[in-house]
Design a protein around this ligand. Structure first.
Ligand code: AMP
Ligand code: ZN
Ligand code: FE
Ligand code: FE
Length: 278
């Protein structure tokens, strides 16, 4: 069996990281990671290049995604691992999600303009490449570049966080739809950062709908939380994953390498995939 460590939750500039997939993997290489899960928000555009670069650098790429979902006003992120990212029906759905994100970004800008903040959609678009899943982090960075705030978190606190004046909801699928979308393309559905939600009832409900794992290790989890979620996973026969949720320079610091999990967790995911009829 392969030894070493994996980071199963990283973003690229296909969603809201400032890093290209090449930059992500160069960093992964310098840290000595043996496997990386590429999990962009509602987007798979970095996976092909990731697989190619990964081969060159000797890093295994686990094709993944992080789908945004919602239930009872709660934003829920569903990770999907070992997905067939080339499935046409899936790609069509992602296209819709991408378009809604663009539309929503325009609405946020409009709200900001009404608050006398002179930000233009172009200021946001120039931070993205074509086909990027545009999100609030891009808008936060544009606000920072324009001098309206000094830190990205300030944008969420003052303007675009939930319940703040320029917040606009995304088009959300339900977590059960997210699970089904992932399963339909042979992927393994894993609930992202459950500690952020702090809702065990939801986990049990999702288990009955096909949830296969939970992200036990995450930068926003306290050690005690990770221990508790590990116990919950073991008791309920759930797969265990973990990752840094690195967004490049998009957040206050570079996170890749801060959360690492032993490679045997990747083996368990693969074993699950090969034994289950998903
Ligand atoms: P979106 O998908 O457009 O709703 O944006 C979600 C992104 O914003 C994710 O990368 C989150 O981690 C980030 N985000 C949400 N709330 C905050 C916050 N308070 N501070 C910094 N980043 C945040
Ligand atoms: Zn993000
Ligand atoms: Fe997330
Ligand atoms: Fe994430």
């Amino acid at each position: 069996m392969k030894n070493g460590y994996a980071d199963l939750h990283v973003h690229t500039n296909a969603s809201d990281s400032t890093f290209t997939v090449q930059e992500v993997l160069n960093r992964a290489k310098s840290i000595g990671l043996v496997a990386v899960g590429i999990t962009d928000h509602d987007n798979i555009d970095s996976i092909d290049e990731g697989v190619e670069v990964g081969k060159r650098l000797g890093i295994e790429i686990i094709p993944g995604i992080e789908l945004s979902a919602e239930e009872n006003e709660m934003e829920i992120h569903m990770l999907g691992y070992f997905i067939n990212w080339k499935d046409n029906e899936f790609l069509d759905k992602l296209k819709i999600l991408k378009e809604t994100r663009l539309d929503r970004a325009r609405k946020i800008i409009e709200k900001l303009n009404n608050l006398n903040i002179k930000l233009h959609m172009d200021d946001v678009l120039k931070l993205t490449k074509s086909n990027t899943s545009i999100g609030r982090l891009h808008i936060a960075r544009a606000l920072k570049n324009a001098g309206y705030i000094s830190e990205v978190v300030e944008a969420f606190r003052k303007y675009i966080g939930q319940d703040k004046p320029a917040y606009v909801k995304k088009y959300f699928i339900s977590p059960i739809e997210a699970i089904n979308m992932i399963k339909k393309i042979g992927g393994i559905p894993v609930l992202a950062h459950p500690g952020v939600l702090n809702n065990d009832g939801l986990i049990f409900k999702l288990i009955s709908c096909g949830l296969a794992g939970i992200e036990v290790y995450h930068g926003e989890h306290l050690t005690l939380q990770s221990e508790r979620y590990k116990e919950l996973a073991v008791k309920n026969n759930l797969l265990i994953t973990g990752g840094s949720d690195c967004h490049g320079l998009g957040k206050s610091k570079i996170l890749i390498g801060t959360i690492l999990i032993p490679y045997h967790y990747v083996e368990s995911l693969r074993k699950y995939k090969s034994h289950s009829i998903i």
